[in-house]
Write a protein that binds this ligand. Structure first.
Ligand SMILES: [Zn+2]
Length: 355
């Protein structure tokens, strides 16, 4: 099939739905990556891969972007960091010449004031610019009973649907630990989303607006020794088939999100994508790709980093160019961009777009 044509800049509204529909048809998905201090590496990866990237801010990532110095008692740092992160991406995406989806990651019930603040800023942005600041937000109410998860999600979706935004919800629990939420002890049945829950979500949310579902199919946040929980991507297919049959819909009616993509094999990723995964969150693998070159740099250049003056070339030789944090931070960015290009290949989206 022909490549999807996109414009550089932030993808919002109907264009985002067209993008996800194309991904399902072309059996490819997009990596979603933390943008708190690595948005530029993510944009560069998109440029190299000739595909759009999803840049997302988590609650603590957004807080970090604003500065860990700030008090975050009323989520003010996370709100300010989310807005600043989004505006940064909007300001530079055109210069990179790439299309990008802007998203916020997991928001549990106790963090709702964060997303409330980001939506309020988004509404002000919308009033001025006629488009939302972010493309989509996520609410993760998977710890709540199903009906209260969907009722709160419905309320938020009806608010952001006025700006033609998309809501990502979570059904079932992603295992492992991320962003201070530890699900490593959760009972095994909850690690697999049930098709009837997905149908219920469809019935509640479809009349209100566009949504995606982070489904649990044994996926975990973080990279662990294999064998603990088994990845069962077939569960996604079961849900697609069940909702399609029950509501007499076309092929793959749902857009799925794969959380905890790090450490997954290319075969597992390909299978999940074939069942309608359009977005895969990849964090731990890119954290490693960012940190590893810094570790190597510090080891290799150790003799140049002992003091401002003096290295193996002479006792008074200046070390300024080795000390400059940009020297090693850019190596980190390059490492991360290279890992993301690999992710685009695993997800089948490398080179599948024109822009
Ligand atoms: Zn997640």
């Amino acid at each position: 099939m022909a490549n999807l044509k996109l414009k550089p800049g932030v993808i919002t509204g109907d264009a985002l739905q067209e993008l996800f529909a194309y991904c399902k048809q072309a059996k490819c998905a997009l990596p979603a990556v933390n943008g708190s201090n690595s948005a530029n590496a993510a944009l560069e990866a998109a440029r190299q891969a000739k595909a759009p990237i999803i840049i997302q801010l988590s609650n603590t990532g957004a807080q970090f972007f604003a500065g860990k110095f700030l008090d975050n008692g009323a989520q003010q740092a996370s709100i300010a960091g989310s807005v600043a992160g989004a505006l940064h991406v909007r300001a530079v995406a055109g210069a990179y010449g790439v299309p990008v989806v802007l998203h916020t990651d997991h928001c549990a019930k106790k963090l709702l004031p964060w997303v409330d603040g980001v939506i309020a800023a988004g509404e002000a942005y919308f009033a001025k610019n006629g488009e939302p600041l972010f493309s989509s937000h996520m609410l993760d109410l998977s710890e709540e009973p199903l009906e209260s998860n969907l009722e709160i999600s419905r309320k938020y979706l009806s608010r952001i649907a006025r700006m033609k935004m998309t809501l990502e919800i979570e059904l079932g629990v992603t295992g492992g630990e991320e962003d201070g939420v530890d699900n490593s002890g959760v009972e095994h049945s909850k690690l697999y989303t049930s098709p009837s829950d997905v149908l219920r979500a469809y019935d509640v949310l479809h009349p209100v607006g566009h949504f995606t579902v982070a489904a649990a199919f044994g996926n975990t946040h973080g990279v662990y020794a294999p064998g603990n929980v088994k990845l069962r991507p077939g569960i996604l297919n079961d849900s697609q088939q069940f909702v399609r049959r029950e509501r007499k819909l076309g092929d793959k009616p749902l857009d799925f999100v794969f959380h905890g993509g790090s450490g997954s094999s290319p075969e597992e990723i390909r299978e999940a994508v074939s069942y309608g995964v359009v977005k895969m969150n990849i964090d731990t693998d890119t954290q490693w790709a960012f940190t590893d070159p810094v570790k190597k740099y510090m080891d290799e250049k150790g003799a140049y980093l002992k003091s401002q003056l003096g290295n193996p070339e002479g006792p008074e030789k200046p070390n300024k160019k080795y000390i400059d944090p940009r020297a090693w931070l850019h190596l980190a960015e390059k490492g991360m961009a290279a890992r993301l290009v690999e992710a685009f290949k695993d997800l089948g989206s490398y080179g599948k777009f024109d822009f």
